[in-house]
Design a protein around this ligand. Structure first.
Ligand code: BEZ
Ligand code: FE
Length: 295
């Protein structure tokens, strides 16, 4: 009787097993774990949906376009990761905080280096004439409630039209960005405009994915912060306006209850206005950041 030798890779599962085997020799154990898990999940996904050749080609074109859309002002891959919820899963896995420490959320694609150092009360939005003047104040504290002096707050937000400075093609100027420091009692004071809800950029493949799946592109109004201090773990986070209609459906899944903050609107002249040199209407918001010691 003749034995028929089965060539490698006759079935779908043979291919998966053989690809996994080829990564067995990877010297770096973490890289081996990542590559083999990636292959396992990717193959399972393709088999699960029985991907057609046309769909596979579509996916290749989508990823190619995503790459072409990237520049030093635009990061379509981060946007894709954000809208698929991957960024928030990575955030949650990597920042398991003790009770009481300020929670982190997505970094997003709009941070820029080199924001101006501003004094307490410095205005991040000197050219935004439409926005409601807003003062954000609070303290940076330890888990025990002690003030952290000299903590740095790197702050950025969209303007009252819902756009970041880098989305204006005609200028490279930094606007609605600032770096603030806390005083001896851990206090900070930021002058800005009230944030508004805005749509993430929809003129690329991520926008097409959202509209093809009937998803909206809106992010609830927020201000971005990276808060850091010597000897403490920095936190990348936002504060969200509690009056926003998109808190429940943020297109990048980044809202956490502990980051929701009340923006109080002041419509009449009151001592608060004089303190900040503001004419009504204006808003005030208070938020304390709590950092965990390193190690
Ligand atoms: C942002 O908040 O700046 C942002 C985050 C994720 C995707 C797009 C924008
Ligand atoms: Fe944002």
């Amino acid at each position: 009787m003749t034995t028929i030798l089965k060539p490698h890779g006759t079935t779908e599962d043979d291919i998966t097993a053989e690809v996994l085997r080829r990564f067995d020799a990877t010297g770096e154990p973490r890289l081996r774990q990542i590559m083999q898990s990636l292959v396992r999940h990717l193959h399972a996904f393709v088999k699960d949906v029985e991907l057609t050749e046309a769909e596979w080609m579509n996916a290749i074109q989508f990823l190619t376009e995503t790459g072409h859309m990237c520049s030093d002002k635009r990061q379509e891959f981060i946007l894709l990761s954000d809208t698929l919820g991957v960024s928030m899963v990575v955030d949650l896995i990597n920042h398991r905080k003790p009770e009481g420490a300020t929670e982190s959320t997505v970094f997003g694609p709009f941070h820029r280096e080199g924001a101006p150092e501003l004094p307490a009360g410095g205005n991040m939005a000197p050219r935004d004439m439409k926005g409601i003047p807003t003062v954000v104040s609070g303290r940076v504290l330890t888990l025990d409630g002690e003030p952290i002096a000299g903590a740095r707050l790197d702050v950025w937000q969209a303007d009252s039209s819902g756009l970041y400075d880098s989305q204006y093609a005609e200028t490279d100027e930094l606007h609605l960005r600032g770096q603030f420091r806390t005083d001896e009692e851990g206090r900070f004071l930021i002058r800005t405009v009230r944030p508004v809800y805005y749509a993430i950029p929809t003129d690329g493949p991520v926008g097409r994915m959202l509209s093809a799946t009937n998803r909206h592109p809106w992010r609830p109004a927020h201000i971005h912060f990276v808060v850091s201090a010597e000897g403490y773990e920095p936190v990348t986070t936002h504060i969200f306006d509690d009056a926003d209609p998109y808190l429940e459906s943020d297109t990048v899944f980044a809202v956490k209850d502990s980051l929701i903050c009340t923006f109080v609107r002041h419509d009449i002249r009151e001592p608060e206005a004089a303190r900040f040199g503001l004419e009504p209407p204006f808003c005030t918001a208070r938020f304390d950041f709590v950092l965990k010691r390193r190690g």
